[in-house]
Ligand binder design. Structure first.
Ligand code: FES
Length: 359
């Protein structure tokens, strides 16, 4: 089954979240394997809103063997899809891509790991799926969750987390940070930052050497600052997993692309290999990224955030060169190995060959 194939899924149920909604999709038996997922992955939803086709990705919050897949959607100020999602109801159909994403925790009953989950706001969504799945199916593993919110009332999935605490009293430890409501201990007032991690380490609240791996999900500044602190506290890069939900205004400061004018005037020839088929397009790099040119040409290409964050559009440059407007998800080794993000890539040579099937 192609990873670019959208499937019409019916909404089985919805539930209100603080300033958001959780939507559970019924998965028909014939699509069960297509929609099986690893905790931490997301679904891309596509719907027609005011005659425009809009696609957004949302993390799955379900236990990894649940028959229905539930995503958490936080309303974003001015957000077209998140505002539309609040009006969705059971029985409605939405087009959905199979699960994707690299912020994953493969579950193995033999594991004896202690996972550190650090989430801010709606960043709890994939962490909830990880926590539910690890606690249920890795009986010798533990979870410590550091969760940041403005107030208790704005906490997403509070009931789910309380239920996990009640069920797994010795294996699930949750630390709540609040930035706009005072708690008794000053230690737990404020935002999650790298500095906070150092304080928690110095006071012995979190012993970094205890953790097998860390999963960070939230805004870019939080994720970067915490990742830097974890690295200084002794974790290596492979142990630190990151998922971005927002990049703040950094996308607006993407680096300038230098393009040879003589090449631009004719457009660059781009060959795309995807699911074993070849497509040829011309991309005017002054106007288009590879993704936008491919969509204009009617080529179905894997993408979700279109903002350089999710890595769904990762592909390998086999010939020629591209430059990315922004990159919030490819690791340096991937860039060094020739990978790029189609949603951010603009050709800088007159011929480029891209392979979406490269692993
Ligand atoms: S579509 Fe998300 S990084 Fe390109």
């Amino acid at each position: 089954m192609s990873r670019t194939t959208l499937h019409p899924l019916t909404i089985a149920s919805t539930r209100a979240l603080p300033d958001g909604i959780a939507i559970a999709f019924a998965i028909p038996a014939e699509l069960a394997s297509t929609f099986s997922f690893i905790p931490g992955q997301y679904l891309s939803l596509e719907d027609t809103i005011d005659e425009e086709t809009v696609r957004r990705s949302y993390s799955i919050c379900s236990y990894h063997k649940d028959e229905q897949l539930e995503v958490g959607i936080k309303r974003v100020e001015g957000g077209v899809f998140s505002t539309h999602a609040l009006s969705l109801k059971p029985g409605d159909q939405v087009h959905v891509l199979p699960p994707d994403g690299r912020f994953t925790t493969p579950i193995d009953a033999k594991n004896q790991h202690h996972y550190l989950l650090i989430a801010a706001g709606s960043g709890i969504t994939p962490c909830l799926s990880i926590a539910k799945s690890v606690l249920r199916d890795e009986p010798d593993s533990q979870i410590t969750l550091l969760f940041g919110n403005r107030r208790i009332a704005s906490m997403m999935f509070r009931e789910d987390l309380t239920a996990l605490k009640d069920l797994y009293t010795t294996r699930f430890n949750m630390i709540n940070m609040l930035s706009a409501e005072r708690q008794d201990s000053d230690l737990f007032n404020g935002r999650i930052t790298g500095e906070l991690l150092h304080t928690f380490s110095d006071t012995g609240l979190l012993g970094m050497a205890d953790f097998h791996s860390a999963y960070l999900c939230g805004p870019l500044d939080m994720v970067n600052s915490v990742a830097e602190a974890l690295s200084k506290l002794g974790m290596n890069n492979e142990q630190i997993h990151r998922e971005l939900f927002t990049t703040g205004n950094l996308a607006a400061t993407a680096r300038e692309i230098v393009i040879d004018e003589s090449v631009v005037s004719t457009g660059q020839s781009v060959t795309i290999y995807l699911d074993g088929t070849q497509s040829d397009i011309t991309v005017d790099a002054t106007r288009d990224t590879v993704l936008s040119a491919a969509r204009r040409a009617g080529i179905d290409m894997p993408f979700s955030c279109a903002g350089g964050m999710c890595c769904t559009c990762r592909c390998k440059v086999l010939e020629g060169e591209t430059a990315m407007d922004a990159n919030f998800s490819l690791a340096q080794w991937e860039i060094d190995s020739g990978y790029t993000l189609a949603c951010q890539a603009r050709p800088t040579t007159d011929r480029v060959v891209l392979d979406f099937d490269a692993t």
